[in-house]
Write a protein of this length. Sequence first.
Length: 141
Amino acid sequence: MSTIAFALTDADIVRCFPVMHQLRPHLLAEQFVSLIRAQQAQGFHLAFLQQQETIVTVAGFRIHHLLATGNTLYVDDLVTDQNSRSQGHGDRMLHWLIDHARHVGCTHFSLDSGTHRLDAHAFYFRHRMRISAFHFQLPLV
């Protein structure tokens, strides 16, 4: 049986690292808890899907109000362990996130996906998500 929960303790945050590291390989394990805690202080939430005792999917998200879309749940990070893909875990987490957005009064749900993540794009298209904008960035360091 699988369950979805918020990572509220340092121990749960640490357990999320191996899966998150697959999406964000630049992150260091010894800094992960402090990075998550700093983001949580700014409204970030970390959720995980656990299959038996193993975390297989991790999602980081925030809820904010935007002039363009109103109350929006924005997904920063969504990743399923590479050894657990195509088993419905990402599907379950995505539906949970959308349901959570509705439950807390959001009118929109959004995420960015790296241009190189073609399998992720196919997954989002299958869930009736559409490209609504381009995301531009300029590194400042």
